[in-house]
Design a protein around this ligand. Sequence first.
Ligand code: OSB
Ligand code: MG
Length: 392
Amino acid sequence: MSSLTIRKVELYPIAMPLVERLGTSFGKEPFKVAILVQLFTDEGIMGWGESPAEIYPGYAYETIGIALHVLSQFIIPSLIGCTLTQPDQIVACMSHVRGHPIAKHGIEQAVYDAFAQLHQLPLSAYFSQLVGEIKGVPQTSKGFATVGVSIGIQDDVASTLAIIEKRLQQGYQRIKLKIKPGWDIELAQGVRAAFPEVMLMLDANSAYTLQDSEHLRQLDDYDLLMIEQPLPYNDIYQHSKLQPQIETAICLDESITTVDDAMLAIELGACRIINLKPARVGGFTESIKIYRFCVENGVALWIGGMLETGIGRSANLAFASLPGVTLPCDLSATDRYYDPDVTEPPFMIRPDSTIATPTENGIGVTVQMDRVQQAVQYCREHLPYSLPIANV
Ligand code: OSB
Ligand code: MG
């Protein structure tokens, strides 16, 4: 049986300027940060992963500092020498640490990348193989993912319209706008007036309460594909009270951290759509469980993003190319995020709003070590706080 034994794990805390920053209801990160994970095995295969933790604990409690602390002090020391015959065995190796899904995802992704290389498959084909058949249907990768673009809170509606216009011309056929109280109804109205046909959705990032249900009901007038995470991150129950009061489909993002959350949310009627972010749920093992649940139950599903570098985005794209992902994903072309990215070649948006998945084995993009080192330096110089030393 083929196996991989973990020899060493290198962590690179990086920072990179964003081509377009993403203002949300909880703020605007000044630049991108992440921890890149390089996993070495005794078999000579090396895997890459990305923990897309952010600077501030707004979207998630994990920051880059917290993730680095947890990875270097508690997770990595117990992985060295571990032999895996299946990538999902990595979950048990990390289960002595409660929570910290974004940190764990970096390791997990590197393990999946390494196993895909071991089996000489691109990640898209490897994910297809791991998922297997659902209800007798093989979950064969389409070879591309259908994508949209996420646009942050702007100063005014006019500048938002200009960005939308640019994105539509580039090929994106689904527009997601970040909203917050005071930047919602007028925005939806203005955008609908200018673009009557565009596939449009809003993401509130937990900015409202159930008391706002009358207000949110006004959004029903704008033919929205969905509203993402209107209520607090830990409140599936409150969403189950909101969904029957509005026509617009609720999609949960922050609330879904495990397949059990997804089951509960669907059972309670808290949402009709699920945003699956591999990093938010702690990696691809849990992602496959959520994917299976959605396909088995006919739940609309799409893959979200956290402004990943090419390392994380490549794996997310591979997952998003599975046929059970039924709605456009938050995975945009490289030039939406970075110039340049740490990987080559760049991901390009095609006129039909799709991005092709890499055909090389594993993540299928090459990591540019000089750019990684530059990004490590940028992090040292710009991060507004000091990082715990990665002692691994
Ligand atoms: O709420 O979906 C979100 C980015 C970072 C953190 C949270 C979110 C996002 C996005 C960007 O919306 C999606 C992308 O990577 O393009
Ligand atoms: Mg979201």
